[in-house]
Every structure is written in structure tokens, then in C-alpha cells.
Design a protein around this ligand. Structure first.
Ligand SMILES: Cc1ncc(C[n+]2csc(CCOP(=O)(O)OP(=O)(O)O)c2C)c(N)n1
Ligand SMILES: [Mg+2]
Length: 360
């Protein structure tokens, strides 16, 4: 088993697709060509959709947005490994995984535009809505997995969170419970080296995040987070364990946030350009393209056609999202209770009085 060969306490990291696009043949997974191509398309679509979201925010057409650039493999690798009944529980920076799992892009844009309709996913798409309170989705993911186990359903739950999320009580409570009850969870920490302006070294004194699993009594593995094949392989093995009733796994996806924390942030204030350039050299999409080219599946013509198709798709999705009415200030008071409690109604009325006329 991989988790035995890549002991995080010994500082080992699973890498299959190297940054130059060459591959470790011994560990290379067998994935059908059409799945590989779908994964590549989704990675490129995610990159283009992400850049568009930042532009929309700058133009005042979308609220705040957390860029996902650089983390595409980290999300799409696990998505490839998931079965149709598995749940995806996410935080707020998992655009690629959601698109791969079938959440329409226009819905995700709509969510960042402030419209709660954006959190309503099509029937059969097993994904929870975004949660911004850091780490709070971890107990939810464990609860879903525990319920599936009690009901004897063939369902595992893949839960994403960040390096910053591991400092929250919810992370500890969730992983502890999962370990004790052997729930079918795969925890994926997207260690993108930063939690807003807090670097990874200030987040935890642990040498790796993967090694935290040891204390909870289940396997942990650190994986090159810019390597879509390694993420696929590690998640697939973890899901197999989960389905066999062998309990959870913690995967640390060692990656990098290429953009700002959100559109309200300016990362040049706290990190060096040198670091950014080093990680740009480890781009997850570039190496996957070389891999596909070496396998005879890709070339310049196809790349050009794909970029055109994907850009047109993104424009269509934006159009669809913008066809919905813009949210009003009242929307942030809705959707929590079926019937709004009196004190919340009073707060809403107080805010209405504060707003300048015309801004409602
Ligand atoms: C409980 C809580 N505390 C603080 C914040 C403010 N906040 C939003 S994102 C974030 C950093 C999260 O870092 P990480 O978990 O590494 O995820 P990343 O943003 O890097 O994807 C913080 C502190 C919050 N949303 N919730
Ligand atoms: Mg982070």
C-alpha cells in the first residue's frame, strides 16, 4: 500500500508526474484516455474560469472571490477517483473539483455574485455548499460519512480544507471522531503554503500536515499537489480503504496558491516574487500537457481549439449567471431559517434604514 511506502514521518512525498512532464512508470496509474482528456479540459476550463472571475470582480460584476490558480490538479485528481455516490465537501477554493463533479459553472459564479441560488446543485450532484467559516465543514463531512456507514450505503466522503483549517478545533474534533468511528472519509488538506498572510511554518510546528493522521490513528500521506496522477492514485487507494470499512485517510496535497488570497487581498505585501516564480515552474497544467503530448493524445492544434472552446464556454456561463436578478441586501438575511425570527427581521429593518436610498 502506498501509505506504507510514503510514511509522512519519514518525510516522504508521493510524486508520479514530475515537473518536466516525465512519469514514474512504476507508479503510473492506468486511466482511460477519455478520462485523462476530460481531466485536462477541466483543468484548463478551471484556469480560464478562475481568471475570468477575478476580472468580473474588478469590473464590479461579482463580489469577493478566492482565486484557485495553481491548485487545479489538487482538486481534479481526487475528483477523478471519486465514485458517483461519493460526496464532495468543500471550503471555498475548490472550483476545479466542483466543475469536474458536475456543478454548473454558472451556479458557482452566481454564488460569488451573492445569489444563494448558486448553492443549489442539480439532483445527483453530491456536493455541499461552500462554507467560509474556516474548518467548519470537517464535522459535516464526518457526519455525512457516519450516516452513510450506519445506513450501509456505498458512499465515501471527500472533504477539502486548507492548511489554515488544520488549526481549528473543528479539524481536531472531526478527525478524532472519524478515527474512532472508522468513518468512510478521505480528508484532503490543500496545503497551499499560506492562510491569507500566515505562512505554513507559522501554522503548525508539525513537520508535515500528513503526519497529524498518525495521532488520530489512521494513515496519512503527503502528495505532490501539482501532480494530478499522484492525487488520483492516493485518493483512489484511500477511497478503497474507506469502502472496505477500514476508515479514514488524511492526504496532504502539497501545492501553492498562485493568486491572492481573495480579490480583497494583495499578496505582494507579504510574500516574495521569488517564491511565486519557483512555483510557476511547477505548474500542474503545463506538466500534464507534456504528459498527454508524450502519450500521443495532445498537440498544438488541439490546445488551440480547446482554448477557444473553453473561453466561449466561460462567456456563456457568465451570461447565464448574469441573467439572474442581482441580489438585494435582504438576501443575506434569508436562507437560514424557514421563518425569519423576529430579532433577525429587526436587524434587517435596521440595516434598511442605514442604507442610502437606491442602494437597497
Ligand atoms: C473561523 C474563521 N476564522 C477566520 C476566518 C478568516 N479567514 C478566511 S480564509 C482564512 C485562511 C484560510 O486558510 P487555509 O485554511 O489555508 O485556506 P486557503 O485560504 O489557503 O485556501 C481566514 C483566516 C474565517 N473565514 N473563519
Ligand atoms: Mg492555505
Amino acid at each position: 500500500m502506498l501509505v506504507d511506502d510514503f510514511d509522512p514521518l519519514k518525510g516522504k512525498r508521493l510524486e508520479i508526474l514530475r515537473k518536466d512532464g516525465s512519469v514514474n512508470k512504476k507508479l503510473e496509474p492506468k486511466i482511460d484516455d477519455d478520462i485523462l482528456l476530460k481531466a485536462y479540459r477541466t483543468m484548463v476550463l478551471t484556469r480560464v474560469a478562475d481568471e475570468k472571475a477575478v476580472k468580473l470582480q474588478r469590473q464590479g460584476r461579482l463580489g469577493a472571490y478566492p482565486p484557485t490558480k495553481g491548485q487545479e490538479a489538487s482538486q481534479i485528481g481526487p475528483a477523478l477517483a471519486m465514485g458517483p455516490n461519493d460526496w464532495l465537501v468543500w471550503a471555498f477554493r475548490e472550483l476545479g473539483g466542483l466543475i469536474y463533479r458536475g456543478v454548473p459553472l454558472w451556479r458557482l459564479y452566481l454564488y460569488w455574485m451573492g445569489n444563494e441560488e448558486g448553492s443549489s446543485y442539480p439532483e445527483g450532484v453530491h456536493a455541499t455548499p461552500s462554507v467560509v467559516p474556516v474548518g467548519s465543514q470537517v464535522p459535516h463531512a464526518v457526519g455525512i460519512a457516519y450516516a452513510a456507514k450506519q445506513r450501509k450505503e456505498d458512499t465515501a466522503v471527500v472533504c477539502f480544507f486548507g492548511d489554515g483549517g488544520t488549526s481549528e478545533g473543528d479539524f481536531h474534533e472531526g478527525l478524532n471522531f472519524a478515527g474512532v468511528m472508522r468513518t468512510p472519509n478521505v480528508f484532503i488538506c490543500q496545503n497551499n503554503q499560506w492562510a491569507i498572510s500566515v505562512p505554513r511554518e507559522r501554522q503548525t510546528a508539525s513537520k508535515t500536515i500528513a503526519q497529524k493522521a498518525v495521532a488520530y490513528g489512521f494513515p496519512g500521506i503527503q502528495v505532490d499537489g501539482n501532480d494530478v496522477l499522484a492525487l488520483y492514485v492516493a485518493t483512489k487507494e484511500a477511497l478503497e480503504r474507506a469502502r472496505k470499512g477500514e476508515g479514514p485517510t488524511l492526504i496532504e496535497s502539497y501545492t501553492y496558491r498562485m493568486g491572492d488570497h481573495t480579490t480583497s487581498d494583495d499578496a505582494t505585501r507579504y510574500r516574495l516574487e521569488k517564491e511565486l516564480l519557483e512555483w510557476a515552474d511547477r505548474d500542474p497544467i503545463a506538466r500534464f500537457r507534456v504528459y498527454l503530448t508524450n502519450r500521443g493524445l495532445w498537440g498544438e492544434e488541439k490546445e488551440k481549439a480547446l482554448l477557444e472552446e473553453v473561453s466561449a464556454t466561460v462567456e456563456e456561463e457568465v451570461k447565464k449567471a448574469e441573467s439572474f436578478p442581482r441580489p438585494t441586501f435582504e438576501d443575506c438575511f434569508r436562507h437560514t431559517f424557514a421563518t425569519m425570527p423576529e430579532d433577525l427581521r429587526e436587524q434587517m429593518e435596521a440595516l434598511r434604514r442605514e442604507l442610502p436610498t437606491g442602494r437597497e
